[in-house]
Ligand binder design. Structure first.
Ligand SMILES: Cc1cc2nc3c(=O)[nH]c(=O)nc-3n(C[C@H](O)[C@H](O)[C@H](O)COP(=O)(O)OP(=O)(O)OC[C@H]3O[C@@H](n4cnc5c(N)ncnc54)[C@H](O)[C@@H]3O)c2cc1C
Length: 393
């Protein structure tokens, strides 16, 4: 089987590896002239790392990752803990670790593996501008005029996917009313132990911050989300003014104020998502990753869902005819990714209670539950992390 993958992001490259592992011939098209990721971090929960480990990437990932001790929620204004879910036993509990990794590091690990695979061909500077699918075969045309034929076309081409457009028509992404600030800060520039060695959400009034370490603790990743309607540009490379970021988090605890004051370069990104699509496939075309289910980053699952998709689509293509494979893939994946999209949206409300009364109503019961019934809180993420993409049913 010959598989054409459009998009060389995390979902596209992982899909290529999962298909190549099963003997398929894979051709990847990436519109950018090189594989470049932005300077930002990524949380990879056990349901994602188990797929990457199965691909044999354990050593490369562990060399560059940071292992958080826990998932914490804190009150942003005071730094007091709401709850803390230990992550030190994730291998025992979920069969795979929770890792933090720099996006550029993950992309370069995947790229190297794809380039080493005799089953994969990879073309950069190849923007796909046209798709033809007629039941008999499928082809893609790139902006340089080159045409390629294959058995199936996999759209891993992100939130503005051309493949999705061919499947469900034009439908624009929805601005969610949230702006995300992001920055990466060298740990050596910060007071010792300023930031906890965990994945920490700092809640606030119509805003929240997320902090965690990268590259064995050499870097701290900061994401700050603020509700606002006026600025809606979606770009990983749009620079922001650090003074605006500092101002947005000026009512937060000293840890966050110290951290933000040490930021000399930052980026801003307007967060968009979509409602679940009616269908993910049409004939020999199929979408996955953000092309199929873009989501708010408030469960840290966007890339991880693309990684799960990759394993499951490859297994379907291996075990069924192409038409059955695409339908089965959608049937398995849609309920889970729709639930995750909804969960991420719900977390926006959970993280954004900054007013004293609202804090009392929403966080006090969770604090009490965490103290009295720690297992209830600790097992909150089981439905996400216990998922085994290699055996999803
Ligand atoms: C602030 C923030 C924090 C996040 N944190 C996390 C986290 O901690 N954990 C997590 O799992 N997720 C997280 N996410 C979500 C995650 O970043 C995305 O879900 C993930 O990067 C999507 O990967 P993808 O490969 O599907 O799409 P993309 O990364 O968008 O890749 C699509 C690729 O396709 C290429 N392309 C597009 N069109 C064409 C074309 N016509 N021809 C050829 N190539 C094309 C693009 O150039 C790009 O390389 C976060 C998101 C944000 C905004």
């Amino acid at each position: 089987m010959k598989v054409l993958v459009i998009g060389g992001g995390i979902a596209g490259l992982t899909t290529a590896l999962c298909c190549a592992e099963r003997g398929m011939h894979v051709v990847i098209f990436e519109q950018a002239s090189e594989f470049k990721e932005v300077g930002a971090g990524l949380q990879l929960s056990p349901n994602g790392t188990r797929v990457l480990y199965k691909l044999g990437l354990q050593t490369q990932l562990e060399d560059l990752a940071f292992r958080p001790k826990s998932l914490d929620m804190k009150l942003g204004h005071s730094g007091k803990n709401v709850f803390s879910i230990p992550l030190t036993d994730t291998e025992t509990k979920y069969g795979s670790p929770y890792l933090h990794i720099h996006r550029a590091d993950l992309l370069s690990i995947l790229e190297k593996e794809v380039k080493n695979s005799s089953k994969c061909e990879i073309y950069t500077d190849h923007k796909v501008v046209k798709l033809v699918e007629n039941g008999e075969s499928a082809s893609v045309t790139c902006s340089n005029g080159a045409v390629y034929n294959g058995d199936v076309v996999i759209g891993a081409d992100g939130i503005h996917s051309i493949v999705r457009e061919h499947i469900v028509g034009k439908n624009t992404a929805r601005f969610t009313g949230n702006l995300a600030w992001r920055a990466v800060i060298p740990t050596k520039d910060l007071p010792k132990d300023l930031i906890p060695p965990s994945a920490t959400v700092w809640t606030g009034d119509k805003r929240h911050a997320v902090t965690y370490y990268l590259r064995s603790g050499e870097l701290v990743n900061f994401v700050g989300v603020v509700e606002q309607e006026s600025w809606q540009k979606e770009s990983w490379t749009e620079r922001g003014n650090p003074q605006d970021l500092i101002q947005d988090f000026s009512s937060f605890a000293p840890e966050i104020r110290t951290l933000t004051q040490s930021i000399d370069s930052c980026f801003k990104w307007a967060l968009h998502d979509r409602m679940p699509l009616k269908t993910w496939t049409n004939g020999r075309l199929v979408v996955l990753g953000d092309a199929a289910h873009p989501m708010l980053p408030f469960l840290a699952q966007g890339a991880v869902m693309g990684i799960e998709d990759a394993e499951i689509l490859a297994a379907c293509l291996e075990n069924y005819s192409w038409s059955e494979a695409l339908k089965t893939f959608e049937k398995i994946r849609k309920p889970r990714t729709s639930r995750v999209q909804a969960g991420a949206r719900a977390n926006m409300n959970l993280f954004h209670h900054g007013q004293p009364i609202s804090r009392l109503i929403h966080y006090k019961p969770i604090q009490i539950a965490a103290r009295l019934f720690p297992n209830f809180i600790n097992n909150r993420q089981d439905w996400l992390y216990k998922y085994k993409a290699e055996n999803p049913n």
